[in-house]
Design a protein around this ligand. Structure first.
Ligand code: BTN
Length: 259
């Protein structure tokens, strides 16, 4: 069900030029990514920067076909629409950079990006991003879906992720207002997207992965690799078993143990 936006004032005093100006707020839907994809495919001409937010998602989608636990009002669950020439792997960096900078600059939290699409505080994940792409009249439409854990207590996380997940509340003791947090986040998002700075450089500034040894699964096998750089496509450039440089994309590498 869609909530009356005016009543909720989600766009009032929003400091962005484009992003979030067209906003749909849902009390409960399966998934903001899924809904946006359906609307785009049924010829709803959505403008750049359109945002869908759900207070609850009954079937939230995560990366690698996983589900994203969001059938609760404990976080910011949103999708942003971009018509962008950037490659998918690089676009994934956008909300991660925005959130990491926001947490550092406004909440004094030392967060960092775990390549390619997670934001961590220490070793615990506070946010993840799932991008879905579709083509409309030769235009590439990119749905950038991000989940940010805001109000969870430890017991709110399933047992199997309890020691790997965190929320803004657990880190700061603050219960931010959802609307206000959204406005801060979308401002950072737009500033980074429209700004002059190269996304790969920004990624490197906000990640700790370069120069680290990682344990990962590549093509089903456990490997250890040394991370040398991030390429312009957003791939990891690693050295495996003292072999020369190898470039790997997110699709072929699943980092489980992280420096
Ligand atoms: C991950 O696995 O880390 C990616 C999680 C992405 C979750 C967000 S919540 C809003 C949007 N809608 C979805 O169904 N998924 C994304």
């Amino acid at each position: 069900m869609q909530v009356n936006i005016l009543q909720n004032n989600w766009t009032e005093n929003l400091k962005t030029k484009i992003y979030g100006r067209n906003l749909k707020l849902f009390e409960s839907i399966e998934s903001t990514n899924k809904k946006m994809l359906e609307d785009l495919n049924s010829n709803n001409n959505l403008e750049e920067g359109t945002v869908y937010i759900a207070l609850k998602q009954t079937s939230g989608k995560g990366s690698y076909g996983n589900s994203w636990d969001s059938d609760n009002d404990l976080g910011l669950w949103l999708s942003v629409l971009l018509y962008s020439p950037f490659k998918k792997d690089v676009l994934t960096f956008l909300p991660c950079i925005a959130l990491t900078k926001l947490l550092k600059e406004k909440y004094n939290i030392s967060a960092h990006i775990k390549w390619p699409n997670d934001v961590l505080i220490g070793h615990k994940k506070i946010s993840g991003t799932l991008i879905q792409i579709t083509t409309l009249n030769d235009k590439k439409a990119c749905i950038i879906g991000t989940g940010i854990n805001l109000y969870h207590n430890e017991n709110d996380f399933d047992l199997e992720i309890r020691n790997k997940a965190t929320s803004l509340f657990l880190e700061t003791g603050i219960k931010v207002e959802l609307k206000e947090f959204f406005k801060e986040f979308i401002c950072y998002f737009e500033e980074i997207y429209l700004g002059e700075k190269n996304l790969i450089e920004l990624f490197k500034e906000n990640s700790e992965i370069i120069g680290k040894k990682i344990k990962a699964k590549k093509d089903g096998k456990e490997i250890e690799a040394f991370v040398k750089d991030i390429t312009e496509e957003g791939y990891l450039k690693v050295e495996i078993n003292d072999n020369e440089d190898i470039w790997i994309s997110r699709a072929s590498l699943d980092i489980d143990t992280f420096y």
